[in-house]
Ligand binder design. Structure first.
Ligand code: URA
Length: 256
């Protein structure tokens, strides 16, 4: 490894620690932890500002939630849920984050990513990317909590993922971030590991078929719950998020 590569690796690691929480002994005293200066240039927050289009998207998602998802009994997870967790955020979002399935807090509140993993995801979006959580859209592959937060089974994913595809077709994001293996594997129709998939964009076809329609760039990255257990991987996740910002021509917030 050259000196330049070592320097670059260390810079990424320190940036990731500053944004996503330190992973090792605090080398820098807390007062000196860099703060995000936020976006420095003009930031386009939405895919469209056309009010008719936004109303149409809102109505489509509301109808999907109220007429299909809330009462869904397509798999056994319906028996154990307190409520379904549809999704949250802006229907004009340029980025959609897709997680795995609701956990305890999400099942209790009906909102995605509100537990510990959700706190980290919010930090990644707000402190890291310099965006507002309200300006992106967040949802899951599975809308009901699996017992003891186990990984969803293939038949549960197959039953539930048409709802996710409809959400993505409605919102028409410019980039999708798949958080963890179940989300990335479901959306890309692959069994490849998240370690191999992350770090570069893949084509996602909202139609569900690689031969139909325009693909949407999809960035797989590590799930925040995994990052809580394996904090040394945060630097890689930060690299992935920076690629997303660059793709959208959004400024990478400088840490002062
Ligand atoms: N993990 C997920 O994948 N989704 C949530 O909503 C919460 C935790």
């Amino acid at each position: 490894m050259s000196m330049n590569e070592v320097r670059e690796a260390l810079r990424t690691r320190f940036e990731a620690d500053a944004i996503l929480g330190a992973t090792a002994l605090p080398i820098v005293p807390p007062d000196a932890v860099p703060r995000s200066t936020g976006p420095t240039g003009p930031v386009r927050a939405s895919t469209t500002t056309d009010p008719d289009e936004l109303r149409r998207r809102l109505a489509t998602l509301q109808t999907l939630d109220e007429t299909q998802v809330r009462g869904c009994r397509k798999c056994g997870l319906a028996d154990g849920r307190t409520q379904t967790v549809f999704g949250q955020g802006s229907v004009a979002a340029r980025i959609v984050f897709v997680g795995e399935a609701p956990g305890f807090e999400e099942d209790r509140t009906g909102q995605p990513f509100v537990g510990r993993a959700g706190e980290l995801l919010t930090a990644m979006i707000e402190r890291g990317m310099g965006l507002r959580r309200d300006d992106v859209y967040i949802c899951n592959v599975i809308k009901c909590r699996p017992p003891n937060n186990r990984t969803p089974a293939p038949d549960e994913i197959a039953a539930c993922c048409p709802y996710l595809f409809e959400q993505l077709r409605t919102i028409q994001p410019e980039v999708i971030v798949a958080l963890g293996a179940p989300a990335a594997q479901t959306l890309l129709n692959t069994r490849e590991s998240i370690g191999k998939l992350r770090g570069r964009f893949h084509d996602f076809y909202p139609s569900g078929s690689a031969l139909v329609g325009d693909p949407v760039p999809l960035m797989p990255t590590f799930h925040p719950a995994y990052l809580l257990r394996s904090p040394w991987e945060k630097a890689k996740a930060w690299e992935d998020l920076k690629l997303v910002l660059t793709r959208l021509e959004l400024p990478i917030p400088r840490k002062t």
